[in-house]
Design a protein around this ligand. Sequence first.
Ligand code: CA2
Length: 150
Amino acid sequence: MANAIYVLNGPNLNLLGTREPEVYGTETLDDLKQRCVRKAESLGLSVDFRQSNAEGELVDWIQEARTKASGLIVNAGAYSHTSIAMLDALLACEVPIVEVHLSNIFNREPFRHRSYISRAAKGVICGLGGQGYELAIEALASAISQAKAG
Ligand code: CA2
């Protein structure tokens, strides 16, 4: 897929829209996917949107993105706060990376304040719900076109 942006979602994000709307909003994962597809299309890009509850599968997809994607958006869910394996895979991935969280991880429990994977990200967006994914796509579109120009 030329100019594809991979959007990788981690554990439990398949439950969006079913519980905890005060934290995660009312949009389902499929709603988020539609938002991303529309935003990417408006910028001449395409999106490969995926979710997994398995850390190893997410690592495999990050490795795949190294050669198949022009940019990567990752909401690693709770693995953000635990996974050095995902960090290592992201550090090996030479495409621009934006980390997104629906909730503001800094006004929640202290264990959510640290994300291991932020070290590999060009930028981090949190607390803006689904809009954060759209902003991440805009940021990647700029990074991709700058890389092409340079
Ligand atoms: O705010 C985010 O996007 C998070 O990445 C979501 C993770 C959480 O562990 C991170 O600290 C922050 C949890 C996703 C769980 O999503 C659910 C959605 C609806 C119902 C239950 C869980």
